[in-house]
Ligand binder design. Structure first.
Ligand code: ASP
Length: 336
C-alpha cells in the first residue's frame, strides 16, 4: 500500500493522517466483503500469525484470530503458563522460537507498558523478519482498539466513505477511568490526529489535569509529530459540562485490576456522577451515539438499558468492526 512504512504497529502516536486513511479505507473494503459461506481471501496464504497474550482477553484475541483466518493465514496461540517461560526462558528467546517455526506476525499483549516495543527492537537487532503488533500493553497503548473506535465513529458519521475527514471538527467526549486506560491514550492520538476535539471527563483520581497536554508533544522516543495539526484536548470534571454539543460519547471501564489504592469512595457515587444513561444523554443532541471498548461493568459506567439499546449504543458495531480493522493491519504488515 503506497505510503505505508510501518514494520511494526506499536502505538498510534507515530501514525500520520495518511496512515489512518489507509487503514480505514482497507477496513471498509474488507468489511464490505461477504462473510457467510464465502471463500476466504488468499492474501495471507502461507503466513503465520502467533498470538502471545500475557493478560486476559476476550475480544482482541478472538478478533485477531478471525481476521487472520479470513485472510487465509495460519494461526498459532501461545499460553504463557504452560510454556517454557515458566522454566526461565526469556521472552526474546520464546519469540525467536516462534519466528523459527515460521511466524510472520507476533500479536503481543502484556500487562507492562513497553514490552511489545522492546521485543520489536530486540527482534530487529537480531535480524528477524517478523512484525510485532501491540494488542495492549499496560496503560500505554492499544492501537487496534483505537483504530476500530475511529472506524466505528467515522462510519457513524459517513457510512459510505469513512476517512479521517469524517472526524474533522467533531467533539468526542471520553468519560471515566482515563488514567488506567490504554484505550483512551490510543483514542487521543487517533481522534486528534484526524482533527477531532476530545473532551475528557472524570474525577481527579482517574483523570489527572495533565491529560489536557497529552498530545501537546510527541511521546518519548519520537522527535516529531507526524500530524501537522491535531484537534484539541480539554479536561472537565462535570458530565453536565462535557455532554452538550458532543457528537459522540465514549465511556471507559473502571479498571479495578489496575487500581492499587481505593481511588473511588463508592461505585454508586461514581455511577451518579459519571455513569451514562438515557436520562443523562438528554444533555446531548438526539441520536448521539455511545461507545464502550468492553468489557463493561454493567450499571457502573453505563446503565444496562442504554447498553442494550442498539439505537444509541455502538458496542456491537465496535466488536464487529474490530475484525476488518485487524484484517487491514495484518494485511498491511504481512501481505507484501
Ligand atoms: N479491552 C480493553 C483493554 O484491553 C479495555 C478494558 O479492558 O477496559 O484495554
Amino acid at each position: 500500500m503506497s505510503g505505508w512504512s510501518h514494520r511494526h504497529v506499536l502505538d498510534l502516536a507515530s501514525f500520520s493522517v495518511e496512515d489512518f486513511g489507509t487503514v480505514l479505507e482497507l477496513a471498509q473494503r474488507f468489511r464490505s466483503l461477504p462473510v457467510a459461506g464465502a471463500r476466504k481471501l488468499p492474501a495471507l496464504q502461507g503466513r503465520l500469525m502467533t498470538s502471545l497474550f500475557f493478560e486476559p482477553s476476550t475480544r482482541t484475541r478472538s478478533s485477531f484470530e478471525i481476521a487472520a483466518k479470513r485472510l487465509s493465514a495460519e494461526v498459532q496461540s501461545f499460553s504463557p503458563s504452560s510454556s517454557s517461560l515458566s522454566k526461565g526462558e526469556s521472552l526474546l528467546d520464546t519469540a525467536r522460537t516462534y519466528v523459527a517455526m515460521g511466524a510472520n506476525i507476533l500479536v503481543v499483549r502484556h500487562r507492562c507498558a513497553g514490552v511489545p516495543r522492546s521485543l520489536a527492537r530486540d527482534l530487529d537487532r537480531c535480524g528477524e523478519q517478523v512484525s510485532v503488533l501491540n494488542a495492549g500493553d499496560g496503560l500505554h497503548s492499544h492501537p487496534s482498539q483505537g483504530l476500530l473506535d475511529l472506524f466505528t465513529l467515522a462510519r457513524h458519521f459517513t457510512p459510505e466513505a469513512p476517512s479521517p475527514a469524517s472526524l474533522r471538527g467533531r467533539r468526542i467526549v471520553i468519560v471515566g477511568d482515563v488514567l488506567h486506560s490504554r484505550v483512551a491514550r490510543s483514542n487521543l492520538w487517533a481522534l486528534t490526529g484526524c482533527g477531532a476535539d476530545v473532551v475528557l471527563c472524570g474525577p481527579p483520581t482517574l483523570l489527572p489535569e495533565c491529560f489536557a497536554d497529552f498530545v501537546a508533544a510527541p511521546p518519548p522516543g519520537q522527535s516529531t509529530d507526524p500530524v501537522a495539526r491535531r484537534g484539541r484536548v480539554q479536561v472537565t470534571r462535570r458530565l453536565e459540562e462535557a455532554l452538550p454539543g458532543a457528537d459522540a460519547v465514549m465511556t471507559l471501564r473502571l479498571q479495578k485490576e489496575r487500581m492499587e489504592q481505593h481511588l473511588l469512595t463508592s461505585l454508586d457515587t461514581y455511577h451518579r456522577r459519571y455513569g451514562l444513561s438515557h436520562a443523562r444523554l438528554a444533555l446531548c443532541a438526539d441520536g448521539v451515539p455511545v461507545l464502550h471498548p468492553g468489557p463493561v461493568n454493567r450499571g457502573v459506567e453505563i446503565a444496562g438499558e442504554l447498553l442494550d439499546d442498539p439505537g444509541r449504543c455502538l458496542v456491537e458495531a465496535q466488536v464487529r468492526n474490530g475484525i476488518p480493522i485487524r484484517m487491514a493491519l495484518l494485511y498491511l504488515l504481512a501481505a507484501s
